[in-house]
Design a protein around this ligand. Structure first.
Ligand code: ATP
Length: 478
């Protein structure tokens, strides 16, 4: 920005002063030139105005059509293994070329426009210099040969300077489309303000961890149909809830609603956590108090320590303890720099399983009362899944947990499973054992049956065991 704005401006002033000097010089020697010059000035600026009106729009179109090229290129690189696996190389190549074509349509017109104005400015310059030369010839008796030469050179310089100034002024205006784009991005509608919520929530909110959805409806945009439809259910503190449903029924949307990721006029109803309506508190407050271990674990470029504790709120001892509970101590000890080890963009120097465990350690460190796992073990091997499950059982006993699962065995020992059905409504919500025994024709029972007789039997046994343990725990607590 500095380059585009300051350099042309500085040059513009330099050239204006030089042009003025030349004009005064030529005007003193051949005053008739002063009369002939203003129409040329008018022609120069007329051409500039005509040029800018079109070139500015072309530059804008060129800039807008350039972003998809970079985005497509980056996305293709990131997903190169999937592109190769599905044999989509030529399709991705064709899409890339179509983006380049779209960009070049405006770019070529922009170059043509520059030539259009260039030819006309050159033509006007030639006429102006020819006129100055003619005036010198007419006045040959009153000025010396040397001065006549200087006049022609100065008039050449004068028109050259003015032509250059006209081009620079147009360039500045064209480059301002970049400023306009930055402005457009900074004025995009943002999510709700992350203001704090003084007096509404306690310092340790949510201290119990019960969650209630009351007639909650959610649409991603006002012009789209609702994904969640008048959903109402209550999760008690410390309960472990499994969320199941076919792909696309809105399991992740339920989590998005809990974190207030989507808010518009078509999102109605309430979500209450520990007697506080989450609508009434600041986003920062809400999101800091909940933890999520997402499907695609996110790590940032920086040190491992920064990824675990970006706000430097915890000591190394606490961080090491969290890493130990997440079964990561061995891995960290094998790294030369320990907690200061570098993590590259997207954490690609760690396997997906290790990234999941780092996210798990992050949640352990924050000691949130409410933990959400969005198909957290979808992309890990059985061994890492077992580590994660055992860490969850031992470390999150006191937390309310919502687990979006794709494997039924991940949620079979949950206190209750919530089955979402098409149309964004709750089809079933009870303990796995009760759903299997009292509703054998239900969705959950049919999901279990689909795993095959041997696995279904195992699952049924696991559900029974979990139910028995739960009753025992309840009796002890009472
Ligand atoms: N950002 C979005 N904008 C518009 N529609 C969306 C968005 N995210 C998801 N959807 C749509 O909402 C519906 C529910 O998506 P969601 O991801 O919540 O389902 P899901 O049950 O979690 O699916 P999966 O098991 O595949 O993860 C889908 O039809 C999806 O296309």
């Amino acid at each position: 920005m500095k380059f585009y704005l300051s350099q042309p401006r500085q040059q513009f002033f330099e050239y204006m002063i030089a042009s003025l000097g030349s004009l005064i010089f030529v005007g003193v020697l051949i005053p008739w030139f002063l009369l002939a010059f203003p129409p040329f000035l008018f022609v120069f600026f007329y051409l500039q105005r005509r040029y800018v009106v079109v070139s500015r729009e072309l530059k804008r179109l060129e800039a807008i059509s350039r972003s998809p090229i970079y985005a497509h290129f980056t996305q293709t690189l990131q997903g190169i293994s999937s592109v190769r696996a599905y044999g989509m190389q030529s399709k991705m190549h064709d899409i890339f070329l179509s983006f380049i074509d779209a960009n070049h349509r405006s770019y070529i017109l922009f170059v043509h426009m520059s030539r259009w104005v260039g030819v006309r400015l050159d033509f006007a310059t030639c006429i102006c210099v020819t006129l100055a030369s003619l005036l010198v010839v007419i006045m040959r008796n009153s000025i010396s040969v040397g001065l006549a030469g200087v006049v022609i050179v100065q008039s050449l310089q004068l028109t050259g300077f003015i032509q250059y100034s006209v081009r620079q002024a147009a360039e500045v205006e064209n480059y301002f489309t970049s400023v306009e784009r930055i402005n457009a991005y900074s004025n995009l509608p943002t999510e709700a303000k992350p203001d704090t919520s003084p007096g509404i929530i306690e310092k340790d909110w949510p201290s119990r961890g019960d969650i209630e959805f009351v007639n909650y409806t959610m649409s991603y945009r006002v012009d789209l149909p609702p994904i969640l439809n008048e959903v109402s259910f209550k999760i008690n503190a410390k309960e472990k809830i499994g969320i199941l449903g076919r792909t696309g029924v809105g399991k992740s949307s339920l989590v998005a609603a809990l974190f207030r990721m989507v808010e518009n006029e078509k999102c109605t109803g309430d979500i209450i956590i520990d007697s506080v309506n989450i609508k009434s508190i600041g986003l920062d407050d809400l999101r800091k108090r909940l933890s999520i271990i997402p499907q695609d674990p996110i790590l940032f470029q920086g040190s491992l320590r920064f990824n675990l504790d970006p706000f430097e709120a915890y000591s190394d001892v606490e961080i090491n303890e969290a890493l130990e509970r997440a079964h990561l101590t061995g891995k960290i000890q094998s790294l030369e720099a320990g907690l200061q080890s570098a993590i590259v963009q997207n954490g690609e120097n760690f396997s997906v399983g290790q990234r999941q465990l780092i996210c798990l350690a992050r949640s352990l460190l924050r000691r949130s009362r409410i933990i959400v796992m969005d198909e957290a073990t979808a992309a890990v091997d059985g061994e890492t899944d077992a580590i994660i499950q055992s860490t969850i059982r031992s470390s999150f006993e006191e937390c309310t947990m919502l687990t979006i699962a794709h494997r039924i065995d991940t949620v079979i020992d949950c206190d209750r499973v919530l089955i979402l059905a098409q149309g964004g409504r709750i089809a079933e919500f009870d303990s796995p054992h009760r759903l299997l025994s009292s509703n054998p024709e239900g969705i959950f029972a049919s999901m279990v049956r689909q795993t095959g007789p041997a696995v279904a039997q195992k699952l049924q046994k696991a559900a029974e065991d979990a139910e028995r343990k739960r009753i025992e725990r309840k009796n002890i607590a009472e």
